[in-house]
Design a protein. Structure first.
Length: 198
């Protein structure tokens, strides 16, 4: 009896040692260097194990006149027409990690100005398309609607992704409709919660 209990305990300990439980992460972008009101020259790039493609660091609340405040701190990741033309589609991809589980993020759409930091929030629909590790075929698409709190200002809105969004290699992000036009809409994201695996 004792020997079988000891064997089961030893087996449980050994299996727990080899299971990769991942690392909980929150990307707030506040510890990155950004230039106030100028996002196009500050790409996020690699950050906390993920690669943020076509997303730049943007300081919000510049001079206290922003209608689009960050969820945490004063910086967000932003995509605008400049990004779309210069670097292609917006995505979050595994970089120095093998894969990740996307849990939630905050987002907001604003009329794209030279400085989206002082942009006016606008209604939009955003599609998030997930790709599992090792697959070029889309796993799932999650659509999120943003409706501003008021015509001149709005808090960011939270998206919680399905629990099935685990083991991801990449998530493509696209504004699919907007009050103005998709190309004249800036997309801001902040406080990205995920679990990463090495």
């Amino acid at each position: 009896m004792f020997s079988s209990f000891a064997f089961v305990s030893l087996l449980s300990l050994a299996s727990a040692t080899f299971i990769n439980r991942g690392t909980q992460q929150v990307a707030t972008f506040d510890d990155l260097t950004g230039i106030p009101a100028v996002s196009e020259i500050n790409p996020v790039g690699s950050y906390k194990g993920l690669k943020y493609n076509s997303l730049d660091i943007l300081q919000t609340g510049v001079l206290g006149i922003s209608g689009t405040p960050a969820q945490s701190g004063n910086q967000v990741a932003a995509a605008s027409i400049t990004n779309y033309l210069a670097t292609g589609g917006v995505s979050i991809a595994a970089d120095t990690v093998k894969y990740f589980d996307l849990q939630s993020l905050y987002f907001l759409c604003a009329v794209d100005t030279v400085s989206s930091a002082v942009g006016v929030p606008e209604e939009c629909s955003v599609a998030f398309t997930a790709y599992k590790k090792g697959s070029d075929v889309a796993y799932d698409t999650f659509n999120a609607q943003f409706n501003p709190d008021t015509a001149l200002s709005s808090k960011m809105h939270k998206i919680e992704f399905p629990v099935s969004w685990f083991g991801l290699e990449k998530v493509d992000i696209a504004v699919v409709s907007a009050a103005t036009t998709e190309t004249l809409t800036a997309l801001l994201i902040d406080t990205v919660s995920y679990k990463s695996y090495n």
